[in-house]
Ligand binder design. Structure first.
Ligand code: SF4
Length: 730
């Protein structure tokens, strides 16, 4: 029997898993919720289904226990690499979205008065198809785009639909998550990704990233194991984030100056001869030119810029040297070098160079390039090949340092009138990126805006048509390929019957849209046929995956010590790269200030996740919002010195303002916030009345941030801002 097959014993064991997760996530209300779902005689009618969480893009595998159409319990699947037997609090809470009273239940069309009215699916498809034809005839298919944060089915059906139409304009959320880091890493390594082997490390530095706020179960467990093993975990962040129970040290830093810190640690490693000379000699090009500049980036120089004492910088560099190669700077996502500043891409370059000095690539405890599985070829008579689209996505030619198409360029395209029609799937672009007002105006310029979602959103408010999807618990999806130490395949199977009969799954919506738009020939298969064919292409089957939920591909497992093949033009690690010159950067990374410098009476506003919410996707879930309200999680964190300066104490309300926006918010006065910035969770401030739990709770950081695109890399520069604070009624 498979390690993950469903048995009565796994049901009982899983109960303990739920309890312990509840403790980790502080999710005291879950047991009450679980009890409320109790169904008399449930044991007799018990149905167990493997599926994937949708609370964030990690898509953790779980087993759902249902009886008489009720969801009784969810237990993280042991075999799923991200879950490892647990879900996080958001994952449990997000299940409630299926039963939300705020669900979209019917296709909607915006009428002449700007109000949404119910229409039939047939009318929606017919009118969308007619409008799309008119746009393509008049402006070309290059004026049509899709923005999505796809799940397994969306990743297949969305791009196929766009490509079938003839458009290459397919965009993800990357601009506000990983555009800078992937672009920066690629300029050095040829790759956009690596993973820190935290659990086996002797030292890992997180820059602006908090595993305990991002809270992927496997990452939190790896952090805990690293902590128990005595690993040095260093948090570099203007805020002492919630990873602190596992950390050895918090290094407060002025926001946006992380590049200077990494340059100085690099300088110190080479100055003291404490770097992996053999590795550098064998694998690096441009070292001498890089050192000509980096030798000037002394710890004393960086102290002035970063606020981190020179002694601390020297000690951190020495600690890294001692721990290497079982050490690395973690690769981050949305944080400091994910997308936040106009120097984020260049910071990412310095980080990739620093890890190279440690000689840690693919070493146990270092930074590793894990394998990703692929499907084999499908039968072309059944799954007809879509003609290759030769054009490049709109905006790509302006962002050559990035690794993929950029949705902010698409927004600009809409504003300029170059893009006329946009589809959004599972994407609330307007609320999630800088300056929602500006983004809304971009979308208002479209001739056709179609949103596919489960609830009304800030983006959907600008749509001409809204197509309601059933929630993730009510739909099956195509199999998901997962990269990792042991690559795997997992399945989102259907847990519940469809609750609102007029909602549909995304595979069905795209298939029917394609039919209406005259490209139905590329969708002549069912989801089940596609899933089985993909699995058979690698010698597996849908029946098998349904039974076990996750199949680990042990034959493709990562092996420590293998030499990565760097996919730069020379095959070497590039400490200098002329490709960046075009955007005003230096071939060897030179320190660059962030674009916005707050005045003495202003503060930089930084934002980030909390363990019980995932950006704006989860905030309307009642159980999760109850936690946010109960604990005042929307508050603005300020340092006591800042509180004294503006004359407020913990719990007082301040007015926060800048040229873009003004709002009132309670403060949390804490030594865990450095005096150089103020912090706010990134997901509150919902402005959609139909989201009855989330509406008007807290402020939205993005309302205070200008629309800005990082040159070359395309990051969304979410921390390039400044705000003023004053006590209310002062
Ligand atoms: S990390 Fe949490 S919210 Fe995200 S998929 Fe996993 S369980 Fe769900």
């Amino acid at each position: 029997m498979s390690e993950n097959a469903l048995t009565r014993r796994s049901f009982l064991a899983g109960t303990a898993g739920v309890a312990s997760l509840a403790a980790v996530g502080g999710f005291a209300g879950f047991n009450a919720w679980e009890n409320a779902q109790a169904v008399e005689g449930a044991e007799k009618d018990l149905r167990l289904v493997h599926s994937l969480c949708n609370g964030c893009s990690s898509k953790c595998g779980f087993t759902a226990y249902t009886s008489k159409g009720k969801l009784l319990k969810q237990i993280g699947d042991l075999a799923h690499n991200d879950a490892q037997g647990k879900l996080c609090a958001r994952g449990y809470g997000f299940a409630n979205i299926a039963f939300s009273k705020d669900r979209l239940t019917d296709p909607l069309k915006r009428n002449d008065k700007g109000q949404f009215e119910k229409i039939s699916w047939d009318q929606a498809y017919a009118e969308i198809a007619d409008k799309l034809k008119e746009i393509i005839d008049g402006s070309g298919v290059e004026s049509v785009a899709l923005v999505h944060d796809p799940r397994p089915s969306g990743s297949y059906y969305g791009p196929r639909f766009m490509n079938a139409l003839g458009s290459a304009n397919i965009y993800t959320h990357g601009a506000a998550c990983y555009a800078s880091r992937k672009g920066g890493f690629k300029q050095v390594l040829g790759y956009g990704d690596w993973t820190s082997d935290v659990e086996n490390s002797k030292m890992t530095m997180f820059i602006g990233r908090s595993y305990a706020d991002g809270i992927k179960p496997s990452q939190l467990m790896s952090l805990q194991r690293a902590h128990e093993n005595g690993s040095k975990i260093v948090l570099v962040d203007p805020r002492c984030n919630n990873t602190r129970p596992f950390a050895t040290e918090w290094v407060p830093i002025k926001p946006g100056t992380d590049m200077a810190l990494v340059l100085a640690m690099s300088c110190e490693l080479v100055r003291t001869g404490n770097y992996d000379k053999d590795y550098v000699e064998a694998n690096v090009e441009g070292f001498d030119q890089w050192w000509d500049y980096t030798r000037t980036c002394t710890p004393e120089w960086a102290e002035e810029i970063t606020g981190v004492p020179a002694d601390t910088i020297c000690r951190l560099a020495a600690d890294f040297a001692e721990a290497a190669p079982a050490a690395s700077i973690e690769a981050s996502w949305r944080a400091a070098f994910g997308c936040m500043y106009t120097n984020s891409g260049e910071t990412a370059r310095t980080v990739a160079i620093f890890n190279t000095l440690l000689g840690c690539w693919n070493q146990k405890g270092g930074a590793i390039f894990t394998p990703k599985p692929k499907w084999g070829d499908l039968d072309k008579s059944k799954f007809k090949s879509v003609p290759k689209v030769e054009a490049k996505p709109y905006g790509n030619s302006e962002l050559k340092l990035g690794t993929e198409s950029n949705c902010l360029m698409a927004a600009e395209g809409a504003r300029k009138g170059d893009l006329k029609a946009m589809f959004f799937y599972n994407s609330n672009m307007v609320a999630g990126y800088q300056n929602p007002k500006y983004l809304g105006e971009c979308l208002d310029n479209l001739d056709l805006c179609v949103v596919i979602d489960v609830q009304m959103s800030e983006t959907a408010q600008h749509a001409h048509y809204i197509l309601p999807e059933c929630s993730y618990l009510e739909r099956a999806e195509a199999p998901q390929l997962n990269g990792g130490m042991i690559p795997s395949i997992s399945l989102r199977d259907q847990v519940l019957d469809v609750i609102h009969p007029n909602t549909r799954s995304c595979d069905k919506i795209y298939t029917e849209l394609a039919e209406a738009c005259g490209v139905g020939e590329y969708f002549q298969f069912t989801l089940e046929e596609l899933s089985d064919a993909q699995l058979k292409s690698i010698g597996r089957s849908l029946d098998e995956l349904r039974r076990v939920g996750t199949i680990n591909l042990h034959d493709q497992a990562f092996k420590y010590g293998t030499k990565p093949k760097f996919s730069t033009d020379s095959g070497k690690i590039k400490f200098c790269n002329d490709a960046v010159l075009e955007y005003g950067y230096s071939a060897a990374p030179h320190w660059a200030e962030p674009s916005v410098a707050p005045n003495t009476d202003e503060y930089r506003l930084i934002a980030g996740k909390q363990s019980v919410q995932s950006h704006n996707q989860t905030v309307n879930v009642g159980t999760l919002m109850d936690i946010s309200k109960e604990y005042g999680l929307e508050r603005l964190w300020i340092n006591p010195a800042v509180a004294e300066k503006i004359g407020v104490k913990d719990g007082d309300t301040v007015e926060m303002s800048n040229a873009l926006h003004t709002g009132k918010i309670k403060v949390k006065v804490t030594e865990r916030m450095s005096p150089w910035a103020v912090y706010m969770p990134s997901h509150y401030g919902c402005s959609v009345k139909e989201q009855t739990n989330a509406y008007n709770f807290g402020l939205r950081a993005m309302d205070f941030t200008e629309f800005r695109i990082e040159p070359g890399y395309g990051g969304s520069c979410n921390h390039e801002n400044s705000v003023k604070l004053k006590k209310v009624n002062a």
